[in-house]
Ligand binder design. Structure first.
Ligand SMILES: *[C@@H]1O[C@H](CO)[C@@H](O)[C@H](O)[C@H]1NC(C)=O
Ligand SMILES: *[C@@H]1O[C@H](CO)[C@@H](O)[C@H](O)[C@H]1NC(C)=O
Ligand SMILES: *[C@@H]1O[C@H](CO)[C@@H](O)[C@H](O)[C@H]1NC(C)=O
Ligand SMILES: *[C@@H]1O[C@H](CO)[C@@H](O)[C@H](O)[C@H]1NC(C)=O
Ligand SMILES: [Fe+2]
Length: 476
């Protein structure tokens, strides 16, 4: 404990070299390449014995507790945890008052191996039939080792329901990751939209892969036990490691992180949708087949038809690989998904598309490149009022460090970019307004750096366009 405190103190002292020059490129528009320079904290993972990964006390005490939405509309949660000594019950006791856990739900237990690593007993328990806008207390484990947490259900689906989402990506388990997590927890965010690349356990080999998934589970518990994180998977979840005999993609991720995919009639936990408050959130998998006629493509086509902007005005998509990014890292890796889905995103007037993968922050203007095809058409993204805003938040703070180099000059489509660690918050106020911030981790304080008001793509446009959208004129 003393050691870790000392290390962090030194790290904070090195953060004072801070220089902010906002360079405005272009002719009176507001494109920004922030040249904020931070001295990077060492991009190494927190040592396993650090208190950030503390193992809860008591025989077989539940650890790595995390919850996610458990149904389509927010009246259920899936509660997950791990026990290490023996399976123990998969039971959740819960209720709306602290002292009276009047309800019980029964879950399932599973375990898996990865190389010679044997996982603990992984429990997933669906708790459904909840009331909206209610604080629930829940208890897992047995006797002295039992643990209690709480969560708050969202308001019922309503076009004017206010709700605050956090957006975090590429978190990992370094001191930078801890800083991001702590800053997020002070933000007032009620649910995290997670844009892939979770533990970075695949940076390890052999048994350490599983061990670093466990440490990550304990690391994030401080937030994930109390509010849902809506998961999407990134390349670091693939874990294709034939040299260790591990060739089943997403093995650890799928065992450990449950998603409510069947509620949106998805055949695969890697892509699904949930509705929460006034938002319809679609999760895509950048590393699963998505070209025409594949299951993901067919599912998305059906899901887009179900979106009802009269009920959920805010249409948000999560994926790992960004479609528009002007960072040199992973440049154009999202081009194949752009070619397949961009015309749908524009036609359905998606409000926001969040991605990670690139370890920096970037926000686009509303632009599209749907006129370009292999035989003809404009080759450049053009301003397009119907297009989504693309936001990359791959700067959670993992051990790979920052992607500090952007294309110069800044392309017209790029509104704001900065290579620093941080997270975003999206405060949906009502059917027309959402207040968005990207918050840089700075010197132990949360610094709001990029702030924008988003006007809803459906309700803030005129009635004529609304009617057009309602008639589902989009070619699918
Ligand atoms: C799961 O746990 C049981 C009981 O400890 C054990 O017998 C079994 O081998 C484990 N399965 C895997 C896949 O590790
Ligand atoms: C899923 O499919 C079933 C059967 O076709 C249908 O009744 C249900 O409404 C669908 N659920 C969603 C969320 O689309
Ligand atoms: C390709 O672009 C041309 C010119 O914009 C357009 O006429 C044509 O319909 C496009 N083809 C496809 C398949 O989108
Ligand atoms: C939505 O919230 C904004 C900002 O608080 C406010 O100006 C606007 O009038 C509200 N719109 C509706 C339809 O309530
Ligand atoms: Fe990634």
């Amino acid at each position: 404990m003393l050691v870790s405190f000392g290390v962090r103190l030194i790290l904070y002292q090195h953060l004072h070299i801070v220089l902010i020059i906002l360079s405005f490129v272009g002719h009176g528009d507001a494109r920004v390449t922030s040249t904020f320079v931070r001295s990077e904290w060492p991009s190494t993972d927190i040592p396993l014995e650090n208190e950030a990964f503390a193992i809860p006390k008591g025989h077989n005490a539940p650890q790595q507790v995390h919850i996610t939405q458990g149904d389509y509309d927010g009246k259920a949660v899936i509660i997950s945890w791990v026990t290490t000594a023996e399976p123990g019950p998969s039971k959740v006791q819960y209720g709306a008052s602290k002292d009276n856990s009047e309800f019980t739900a029964e879950g399932t237990v599973t375990n898996y191996t990865f190389y010679n690593y044997k996982s603990g007993y992984i429990h997933h328990c669906l708790v459904d039939g909840l009331e909206y806008n209610t604080k629930y207390y829940y208890k897992i484990g047995v006797g002295d080792s039992s643990r209690e947490f709480w969560f708050q259900t969202p308001p019922k689906i309503d076009p004017d329901a206010s709700y605050t989402f956090g957006v975090i990506g590429d978190l990992g388990q370094t001191f930078n990751s801890l800083s991001t997590l702590e800053h997020y927890m002070q933000s007032g965010g009620q649910t995290v939209l997670y844009v892939g690349d979770l533990s970075y356990a695949d940076r390890y080999t052999y048994n350490d892969v599983g061990i670093r998934w466990d440490s990550w589970g304990r690391f994030i518990e401080r937030s994930t036990a109390y509010q849902p994180w809506i998961w999407s998977a990134g390349n670091h979840e693939i874990e294709y490691m034939p040299n260790m005999g591990e060739v089943l993609p997403f093995k650890s991720y799928l065992q450990r992180f449950s998603t409510p995919h069947t509620a949106s009639n998805s055949s695969n936990p890697l892509w699904y949708a949930v509705r929460r408050a006034s938002a319809h959130i679609i999760v895509l998998s950048s590393y699963s087949p998505f070209v025409k006629y594949t299951p993901q493509w067919m599912w998305l086509r059906e899901e887009l038809k179900k979106v009802d902007r009269e009920k959920t005005p805010w249409l948000i998509i999560l994926m790992h690989m960004p479609i528009y990014s002007s960072n040199l890292a992973h440049y154009m890796e999202g081009e194949s998904m752009r070619a397949v889905f961009e015309s749908w995103f524009v036609c359905f007037k998606v409000d926001l598309i969040f991605a990670g993968h690139v370890h920096a922050y970037e926000r686009s203007y509303r632009i599209s490149n749907i006129h370009y095809n292999v035989s003809s058409g404009d080759r450049y993204p053009v301003p397009d009022k119907s297009a989504p805003v693309y936001i990359t938040v791959g700067d959670g703070g993992n051990q790979e460090g920052l992607a500090g180099r952007f294309w110069d000059p800044q392309p017209d489509y790029s509104a704001f970019r900065e290579a620093s660690y941080g997270h975003s918050t999206l405060e949906i106020r009502n059917r027309t307004h959402a207040f968005y911030h990207w918050n840089r981790n700075d010197d132990g304080k949360k610094v709001k750096t990029d702030s924008v008001v988003f006007y809803n793509q459906y309700w803030a446009s005129n009635l004529h366009r609304r009617r057009g959208l309602q008639k589902s004129h989009c070619k699918l």
